[in-house]
Design a protein around this ligand. Structure first.
Ligand SMILES: [Zn+2]
Length: 85
């Protein structure tokens, strides 16, 4: 007669429960990923939209969709989006 103390949850072992949880988590992950449509990434601008100055190519490559030079982006982020323009 096996002890019931190791199977307190309807005959499921902790490993069984972990498997179920993993299956459930994977199912949810698949669901979320299948529903996910990646946001369109705009092209990086060659000229800063705030000051019109050139944006270095390395910055444009490193920051997908960047729209401002480093100085203006820093100012923009400090001031918040309401000063966008
Ligand atoms: Zn700028």
């Amino acid at each position: 007669m096996p002890s019931t103390s190791t199977r307190p949850l309807g005959g499921l072992t902790v490993a069984d429960i972990a498997d179920l949880a993993n299956d459930r988590a994977q199912w949810h992950l698949d669901l979320v990923l299948s529903a996910h449509v990646p946001a369109p990434v705009c092209e990086s601008l060659e000229d800063c939209r705030s000051c019109g100055g050139p944006i270095p190519e390395l910055r444009r490559l490193a920051v997908a969709g960047c729209q401002r030079c480093i100085e203006c982006q820093g100012y923009f982020e400090r001031k918040g989006a309401r000063y966008a323009g």
